[in-house]
Design a binder for this molecule. Sequence first.
Ligand code: ATP
Ligand code: SF4
Ligand code: MG
Length: 335
Amino acid sequence: MKPENILEIKNLKVKFPVTGGLFLRKIAEVKAVDGVSLELKKGETLGLVGESGCGKSTIGKATINILRFSSPDVDITGEVWLRTEEGEIDLLKLSRNEMRKHRGLIQMIFQDPYSSLNARMSVGQIIEEPLLYHTKMKKKERGERVAWLLEKVGLQPEQSKRYPHEFSGGQRQRIGIARALSTNPKIIIADEPVSALDVSIQAQVINLLQELQSEFDLTLMFIAHDLSVVEHISSRISVMYLGNIVELGPGTRIYHHPIHPYSKALLSAVPLPNPKLKNKERTILKGDVPTPMNKPSGCGFRTRCPIAKPECANFIPVLEIKEPEHLAACPYVTA
Ligand SMILES: Nc1ncnc2c1ncn2[C@@H]1O[C@H](COP(=O)(O)OP(=O)(O)OP(=O)(O)O)[C@@H](O)[C@H]1O
Ligand code: SF4
Ligand SMILES: [Mg+2]
C-alpha cells in the first residue's frame, strides 16, 4: 500500500446471479461493480457519486465485507487492503471470524435511518451492540461509552432507554452515527446518510460528521446521488456509471470543471444551476440508465453519451490521467 493510504480497493468486481425458470437456475448476472479501484488517503473525505443502481452501496458493503454473508450467491473478486496496527490486511481474504477482529476499524452508516435501526432495541442497546461483538468491554464500561457517544452526537444520555420510533429522522441518523463510532473506527463509509432527511436537517448532520471526523481523526467515504451534496466536504470525488468509475479528481475540480461527458451531465442535473458552468456546456442526458444486466458493449455510457462515436462500441475505456490528480475514462476528452 502507498504510505499515505489507509484503504486500497483493487479491481473490485461484484456480480449477483439472476435466477429464473422452474428450478431457479442462474439465467444471467448483474455486474453491479465491474472492476473498481479506489484509494482512501488517511484523513480525507472521498465523495462517491452516481445515479441510482450504479453500484455505490455495493462498493460500500463489499468493502466492509458484509456482502458475502448477506448475499451468499454473490461473486466477489478483487482486493480490499486495510492498514491496521498489525500490518496491511486484505479484508476479502478473511473468514467471518477473522473479519470480526477488524470490523470495528471500518464502519458504515446507512441511507435510511427509519429502517436501518432495529425497532425492537432501545437506543442504548443499538449503540452498545457493536461493542459486544468487537470489543472485550465490560457492561459498566459499555454503558459509559454509550452515554458518552450520545453526547458526542448531540443527544442526551438519558435518551438511551427510548426506542427509535420516538426520534425524528435527523435524530435517528445521529443514533446511527453514534453506533458507527462506538468501536472507534478509522474509516466510516457514509452511504447517502442525509438523502432521506429534510433539507433543513441535512446540513446539521453533515456538519456533525465533519466535526466528528476531525475530532476522531476519521477517514470518510461519502456516497451521494448528487454532486452538490459532496462538493463542500470532499477532498476528492469519484463519479460512477454502471459499475465503473468514469472520473476521479479533486472535489472543486470535478464540481467546477468536470471533463467526462457523464460527470458533465450529472452536474447539469444539479437543481440549482451552477453559474460557473456556462449554458453551452450544459448537457441533458437522454434515455434511461441501462441496467447492469444489459450493459452496452464497449463504453458503458455510449448509449447516452452526447459525443459517442461508432468506435466506442469496440473498447472499454480505462481511467487516464488528464492532468495531475485528475483522471477520466474517455480517450476523447481533455482537461
Ligand atoms: N443483493 C442483491 N441481489 C441482486 N442484485 C443486487 C443486490 N444488491 C444490489 N443489486 C443490484 O446491483 C446494482 C447496484 O446496486 P447498488 O445498490 O449498489 O446501487 P446504488 O448506486 O447504491 O443505488 P442507489 O443510489 O439507488 O442506492 C443494481 O442493479 C442492483 O439492483
Ligand atoms: S468513450 Fe465514447 S461513449 Fe464513452 S464517454 Fe468517451 S466518447 Fe462517450
Ligand atoms: Mg445505494
